[in-house]
Design a protein around this ligand. Structure first.
Ligand code: ZN
Length: 253
């Protein structure tokens, strides 16, 4: 069923939330656009104007690593101060109410954690851009530290004390999906009786597989997205409304 208007949508959603025991949200870029973070993959978005640096290139070339960090710092100046939106806050409220065992996201912006969801309960399929990791030993570095070294070394990316390269905690183009995160995402999906796909166009695999998996496992499926997705037909409820408008009634104060 496609919700005809916002009021009906919220009403139907409230019923589903009340009946559900384990709600598993799956979020994409659409939940963060109201926070001022554009959808980098959309037409005219960042990745259509800047050639992505492939993982192999990052490993092989110092220039690529330097460029990658220069871009990251430019982003930090632009988006470093973003705050969670209404969608994030509503999901955090459901989480605090014990309705959400965990949450799966394609986003790398840390806004679910910022809204109060424990980092251990956020499964990040594409990693996290708000900190950095050594690709060899896994040591975590804060961006401020990397930037200070970067500037001090004449705009060159610093390496870890172990000699490994330091990269943001994101999964780059050409880099393998994190196996542990994929497994947890599958477990969560199978454990859900209500699967909420929010702000994802559901075209990128393996993301697109989760709603299907949930549905086949007997869960109810709700899709909240501005544009239609190819899974709208199998969803129990489809909302083509603004995510913040739809979810703000569920923010607990
Ligand atoms: Zn290291």
């Amino acid at each position: 069923m496609i919700a005809p208007d916002l009021e009906t949508a919220v009403y139907a959603l409230r019923d589903l939330f009340e009946e559900a025991q384990a709600i598993v949200p799956f979020t994409g870029a659409g939940i963060s656009t109201e926070c001022g973070i554009p959808d980098f993959r959309s037409p005219g978005g960042f990745w259509t104007k800047n050639r992505p640096i492939q993982f192999d290139e990052f490993m092989a070339s110092r220039e690529a690593r330097d460029l990658s960090w220069r871009r990251r710092f430019a982003m930090l100046d632009q988006f470093g101060a973003v705050q969670p939106g209404r969608g994030h806050r509503a999901l955090a409220s459901l989480y605090r109410a014990g309705k959400v065992p965990g949450l799966i996201t394609q986003n790398i912006d840390n806004l679910h954690q910022d809204s109060g969801v424990d980092a251990a309960d956020v499964v990040e399929l594409h990693g996290n851009t708000t900190y950095a990791l050594c690709l060899e030993c896994g040591k975590r570095y804060e961006l401020a530290w990397v930037r200070e070294k970067f500037e001090a070394e004449g705009q060159h990316a610093p390496d870890c004390a172990c000699g490994g390269f330091i990269k943001t905690g994101t999964i780059s183009f050409g880099q393998a999906m994190p196996a542990a995160q994929m497994e947890r995402a599958e477990q969560l999906t199978r454990s859900s009786d209500l699967f909420l796909s929010i702000g994802s166009s559901l075209v990128v695999w393996p993301a697109a597989g989760f709603p299907l998996m949930a549905k086949r496992n007997g869960a109810r499926l709700v899709i909240i997205n501005r544009e239609p997705t190819e899974f709208d037909d199998i969803a129990d409820l489809v909302l083509h409304h603004d995510i913040g408008d739809v979810l703000s009634p569920f923010i607990a104060h």
